[in-house]
Design a protein around this ligand. Structure first.
Ligand code: SAH
Ligand code: SF4
Length: 424
């Protein structure tokens, strides 16, 4: 398996990994530090207080939604409107330095520096492909790596960031290299929005809405976003917030392999664009490629798509992702089955030629076969786009991002062992 990590600069926060993971959940804000006047005294008295361990850590403001940020300011005895100011500094100016926030009074800046911080993931690798695709390998709190990729299109007018939601993935789709690495943990909201923050900081701050460094976000990196709902939703809300990244809901896409109850839950919370990783038009084949289909079959999945669309106020379509795998799902009968299946669903189809990885057991169809498949769908009334692989020279194919996963499920160890056995 290829992992493109050129160098490794240890993140300064590695030592606080275990406490940081527990504390990034900002719920502690309200409970622990509501005594606004005493919070300053508490932090400065740390050394002389025997019960120093009870002093709250500096809170990381990066992943806080607007509501959480407002609660934080109230908790330190400040006005709610400060939240909007801070969010602009963090997400639009890309700042992590309170001292530079010149529209805040000096005492407030000093207070913030004592009780809070803005801590993004550490960048261990940054590369640009010959086709303009940029990739960042980021070290998150426990020393795992995740990747995020910025893909330019339409002469640079569109810049789509592919964002990860988990370290690894538990769903084990048979053609996915992330799945082969096993699952370690959910990313926090700060680590998810931190990917957008890092990319935007590298490209340049957002000075005006017409010239955004990141114009679109797709939750198509490592992990199944709907299995990390509680962190993914606040992070996506920051993507949409006018004081955050200000993206329209049509430009933020969540891709799921089909966690049906969570599609319903998502529809109750927000109406971002939805992409479904279908890949097969019969349950028999989909059970093999996307094992979660054994729990939520194709009918249940399509019904959930209809329910989701019915909650969107505008004329929305679902994006159907279909990874084309040679001799597995790329024949004319598969195109016919797919067209028949999607007859009732307002949707567009995105064909993704399989991105190979060692010992996957699958092959990529020829370019001609891909075009034939596209033409069959066209003849059946569907315009399907083909997503060409981008950033190949920096190993940045979307949906194929590989980080460094400390694999609790040991699946990657078993996988590597099987690969070695095959090679013998
Ligand atoms: N877990 C989510 C999002 C991440 S994967 C999901 O499954 O939808 C993003 C897309 O890349 C999915 O459609 C996924 O099925 C696809 N994908 C994964 N591995 C791939 C590979 N080796 N080649 C082509 N597409 C792949
Ligand atoms: Fe997980 Fe998506 Fe890969 Fe399936 S395709 S293993 S759900 S990341």
């Amino acid at each position: 398996m290829t992992t493109t990590v050129a160098q490794h600069t240890p993140a300064p926060s590695t030592d606080i990994a275990s406490t940081a993971i527990d504390s990034t959940d900002t719920d502690s804000t309200d409970a622990d530090s509501t005594n606004a006047d005493s919070s300053d005294t508490q932090s400065s008295d740390t050394a002389s207080t025997p019960a120093a361990k009870t002093v709250p850590e500096r809170q990381n403001l990066l992943g806080m939604s607007r509501e959480q940020m407002e609660a934080f300011f109230l908790s330190i005895g400040e006005k709610k409107f400060r939240a909007a100011q801070l969010m602009k500094w963090i997400h639009q100016e890309g700042s992590d330095d309170f001292a530079a926030m010149t529209n805040l009074s000096k005492p407030l800046r000093e207070k913030l520096a004592r009780v809070a911080e803005i801590r993004g993931p550490g960048v261990v690798y940054e590369g640009t492909s010959s086709d303009g695709t940029r990739k960042w390998v980021l070290e998150v709190e426990d020393g795992s790596y995740v990747e995020t990729v910025l893909i330019p299109a339409e002469n640079g007018k569109r810049r789509t960031l592919c964002v990860s939601s988990q370290v690894g993935c538990s769903l084990d789709c048979s053609f996915c290299s992330t799945g082969k690495q096993g699952f370690q943990r959910n990313l926090t909201a700060a680590e998810i929005i931190g990917q957008v923050w890092v990319a935007q900081r590298s490209v340049g701050p957002r000075r005006d809405t017409a010239n955004r460094p990141v114009t679109n976000v797709v939750m198509m990196g490592m992990g199944e976003p709907l299995l990390n709902f509680d962190n993914v939703v606040p992070a996506m809300k920051l993507m949409l917030d006018d004081n955050g990244y200000g993206l329209s809901k049509r430009r933020v896409t969540l891709s799921t392999s089909g966690v049906v109850p969570m599609i319903d839950k998502l529809g109750d919370e927000m109406d971002v664009s939805l992409a479904i990783s279908l890949h097969a038009a019969t349950d028999e084949l989909r059970n093999e490629l996307v094992p979660i289909n054994r729990k939520y079959n194709i009918r249940a999945l399509l019904d959930a798509c209809h329910r989701y669309l019915s909650k969107c106020p505008d004329n929305r379509q679902i994006t159907i992702e279909y990874t084309l795998i040679k001799d597995v799902n790329d024949q004319q009968e598969h195109a016919e089955q797919l067209a028949a299946l999607l007859k009732e669903l307002p949707c567009k189809i995105n064909l993704i030629p399989f991105n190979p990885f060692p010992n996957s057991g699958y092959e990529t169809p020829s370019r001609n076969q891909t075009m034939r498949f596209q033409q069959w769908l066209y003849d059946l009334g569907y315009t399907a786009t083909v997503r060409m692989t981008r950033g190949e020279d920096i190993d940045a194919a979307c949906g194929q991002l590989v980080g460094r996963v400390k694999d609790r499920t040991k699946r990657s160890a078993r996988y590597i062992q099987s690969v070695q056995l095959d090679a013998d």
